[in-house]
Ligand binder design. Structure first.
Ligand SMILES: NC(=O)c1ccc[n+]([C@@H]2O[C@H](COP(=O)([O-])OP(=O)(O)OC[C@H]3O[C@@H](n4cnc5c(N)ncnc54)[C@H](O)[C@@H]3O)[C@@H](O)[C@H]2O)c1
Length: 387
């Protein structure tokens, strides 16, 4: 008797989800690492890195081979139309987010898009419309605010939600980098308004604002802001070029609960490399974090006698800390790139379980509204702008 042909049985593993990624430079490299490693550490549906997309055939083919992609392509529209592509991961600059994300969602593909959601409020609103329509058809979408997946910050959110800080009163969020401190640093797409939307504001204040809302579970309701550009012209490919975005931004924010937050960001803060610092002060305790020491969280419990109080350093590597049971024994540190593995882990788990991944496009839009309010306020001598 001829053997029966292979058939789908309950024991058969489901077919892997095919991934297409658009963009293969900074974030493309980081996300590739996540797609490559996620299945080795977390219990998630199987994925295949099917196709990497860029503009230059030779360069993208070389990157695809290095980063573990089966194929490469130069047209993102063709890539998202493929039947063997189920997930589209957008690691291209902001001016492409809306067009690619909306097309992919309409084609029925799950979409992970890098932050900020878009370059403008109007684009972000259109993306939310597309995400809602897709969600009704079982198609997932998520924004890549990866710092939510730093175990210390995910744990800080838990402590706050558990009431360990009492009533949250103040949040201080700063994100300081120095890659634009050198006035001869060249022009890039990040320094042109038409390609980046804004400067330090959209690039790194978006992370800081997302953290303010993520850590507290609260919502920004008004903003007062200021923007500044320290170096107005920089060397471009065809000679000096005007910088059309901010180098630094400041804001004070009111939260719905009555708490207040300050945000300070700069890409010209000499000596600060990638310093996202967050401090949260409540009636019963306080927390402090610095991304340059991302495995640590400082916690002060103000309910113990004053004589015993002090910030204690928690090494966030216990199996009970978020994400850490998948990695190494306690004290064996993980790093920045693991946040992307956690991001992809959560996205895949939501797709498998039919859950709604967070941060959703709606949450991305809320951050975009805060960014827009800060810009509007800055143009009006820092007058407070309601969201
Ligand atoms: N989560 C984070 O911590 C973080 C850090 C840096 C950047 N980002 C975000 O990631 C996104 C990309 O930033 P980046 O730093 O990786 O930029 P990058 O300049 O390093 O890379 C951009 C990539 O997009 C590709 N690209 C541009 N136009 C394209 C097109 N038409 N078709 C296909 N590919 C195209 C480029 O070839 C390049 O590979 C931005 O939204 C940025 O804000 C997030």
């Amino acid at each position: 008797m001829a053997p029966s042909p292979p058939s789908a049985t309950p024991r058969e593993a489901p077919a892997p989800l095919g991934v297409a990624m658009i963009g293969y430079a900074f974030m493309g490299k980081a996300h590739s690492q996540a797609w490559r490693s996620v299945g080795a550490f977390f219990d998630v549906p199987a994925v295949e890195q099917r196709v990497l997309v860029g503009r230059h055939a030779e360069d993208v083919a070389e990157a695809a081979a290095r980063y573990g992609w089966a194929e490469s392509a130069t047209d993102w529209r063709e890539a998202i139309a493929r039947d063997d592509v189920h997930i589209v991961d957008i690691c291209a600059p902001g001016w492409l987010h809306a067009e690619i994300a909306i097309a992919a969602l309409e084609a029925g593909k799950h979409v992970l898009v890098e932050k900020p959601l878009a370059n403008s409020l109007a684009e972000a609103e259109r993306m939310v419309d597309a995400a809602r329509a897709a969600r009704a058809r079982g198609v997932a979408s998520m924004v890549g605010f990866n710092y939510r997946r730093v175990p210390a910050l995910a744990y800080a959110r838990q402590l706050i939600a558990d009431g360990r800080l009492g009533t949250v009163r103040e949040v201080r969020a700063s994100y300081l980098q120095d890659w634009l401190a050198d006035e001869d640093a060249p022009m890039t797409w990040r320094l042109r308004r038409e390609t980046a939307g804004s400067g330090a504001l959209g690039d790194i204040a978006s992370h800081a604002i997302d953290q303010v809302q993520f850590l507290t579970g609260d919502t920004v309701i008004d903003a007062s802001g200021r923007l500044h550009t320290f170096v107005g012209r920089r060397p471009g490919p065809d000679g000096p070029e005007d910088v059309t975005v901010d180098d630094a931004a400041w804001a004070t924010l009111s939260l719905a609960s009555g708490a207040v937050a300050s945000v300070e960001v700069s890409r010209a803060a000499t000596g600060r490399k990638n310093s996202l610092r967050l401090e949260v002060y409540g009636s019963a305790g306080a927390l402090a974090f610095d991304l340059e020491r991302l495995g640590e969280l400082e916690f002060l419990d103000a309910t113990v006698p004053a004589e015993e109080q002090g910030f204690r350093r928690i090494v966030v590597t216990e199996p009970g800390h978020p994400y850490m049971d998948a990695w190494w024994p306690q004290g064996h540190m993980i790093g920045w790139e693991h946040t992307f593995t956690h991001e992809v882990r959560d996205f895949l788990a939501a797709i498998r379980d039919g859950g709604e991944p967070s941060p959703s496009f709606e949450e991305g839009l809320q951050v975009q509204r805060v960014l827009a309010a800060i810009e509007e306020s800055a143009a009006a001598k820092s007058a407070a702008v309601a969201l």
